[in-house]
Design a protein around this ligand. Structure first.
Ligand code: AHM
Ligand code: MG
Length: 345
């Protein structure tokens, strides 16, 4: 019977993760602690993003990162925030960040001297080109289990430990600092979306078991690069704009922040594409902390993610900052693209 208290019982992210841990009798709680650290880093980053204009955090920091890109002040603050919080959890052995050239070996546990058994890759602030215009940006992360934590002694062994195909991921997610702040996460049992309640400072479950529509009406790609595309991409986009008689054409939406473009694609369906082209033979997006975690979420939500040649989650990383072409979204839409890609293979 109704209690009158309906809607007042919020499932917070902390409660959700602890509940998941209790279902696994052999769980040690390490992943829970690591996810708590990631959650806190997202909250700290969101506070900086919200205050950026007032605290004069817009603009360049005057340095460049490993990709040769200019770093924004917020890129550096977010990176430091994630590294410090993840290290402090003492549950992580390896960190890879978009902003750091080498894989980072985390300090051992202050309690028992052991190395954390998880490895995390993250893009602390994705969509940097949108920062100064107050357009949605985000954080993306993927978490793997390390087979042999004792083998990690230097950047090389740390990189080897995290160089696993996406299918072996234990968790992936992103935070989106948009008109509201969302944290969307999967631990391999579906995709769950949380919204930060600023008055509580808690992420509250707002979107349980997200499923992407099997077909959409939106395509999302930087069409300014069209002159450099391959035949399959060109023909595919053409087919969406000029469909056969009786079918409607797709709408174009492109924010230029992967987090925001993928978030919309998860909810509305359609495709998000960052292809390889004549100028960038492997595309722009990085496998470990952009393409693979988003592919994991897409598949968990019932969608698909491919390079046009292989499923993104099957790729074994050869380099921690490796780039891959990305085509992801609704299963029927991606199947249409795959049919074209195999025609031109
Ligand atoms: P960043 O990690 O330097 O922010 O770059 C990644 C971003 C993605 O969020 C987005 O999908 C893409 O770059 C947009 O690139 P472009 O401006 O070439 O369309
Ligand atoms: Mg990025």
């Amino acid at each position: 019977p109704p209690t009158g208290l309906e809607g007042l019982d919020s499932v917070t992210l902390t409660r959700f993760v602890l509940h998941g841990q209790r279902k696994h009798h052999d769980a040690s709680g390490d992943l829970t602690l690591l996810l708590a650290a990631v959650q806190l880093a997202c909250k700290v980053t969101e506070t900086c993003v919200r205050r950026a204009g007032i605290a004069k955090l817009y603009g360049l920091a005057g340095s460049g990162n490993v990709q040769g890109e200019d770093q924004k002040k917020l890129d550096i603050i977010a990176n430091d925030t994630f590294k410090v919080n993840i290290e402090s959890s003492e549950r992580c052995g390896v960190m890879v960040s978009e902003e750091d050239e080498l894989a980072i070996v985390c300090t051992k546990s202050s309690i028992d001297g052991t190395t954390g058994k998880y490895a995390i890759a993250f893009d602390p602030l994705d969509g940097s080109s949108n920062i100064d215009a107050n357009v949605s940006i985000g954080t993306i992360f993927s978490i793997f289990k390390i087979d042999d934590p004792d083998s990690i002694t230097d950047a090389k062994s740390a990189a080897a430990a995290i160089s696993q195909p996406g299918r072996q991921m234990v968790a992936a997610g992103y935070a989106m600092y948009g008109s509201a702040t969302n944290l969307v996460i999967s631990v391999g049992t579906g995709v769950y979306g949380f919204t930060l309640d600023p008055s509580l400072g808690e992420f509250v479950l707002t979107h349980p078991d997200i499923k992407i529509p099997s077909r959409g009406k939106i395509y999302s790609v930087n069409e300014g690069n069209a002159k450099n595309w391959d035949k399959a991409t060109t023909e595919y986009i053409q087919s969406l704009k000029y469909p056969e008689e009786g079918k409607s054409s797709y709408s174009l939406r492109y924010i230029g922040s992967m987090v925001a473009d993928v978030h919309r694609t998860l909810f509305y369906g359609g495709v998000f594409i960052y292809p390889a082209d004549k100028k960038s033979p492997n595309g722009k997006l990085r496998l470990l902390y952009e393409a693979a975690p988003m592919a994991f979420l897409m598949e968990q939500a019932g969608g698909k993610a491919t390079t046009g040649k292989t499923e993104i989650l099957d790729i074994v990383p050869e380099d921690i900052h490796q780039r891959v072409p990305v085509y992801m979204g609704s299963s029927e839409d991606i199947a249409d693209f795959e049919a074209l890609a195999s025609k031109y293979a």
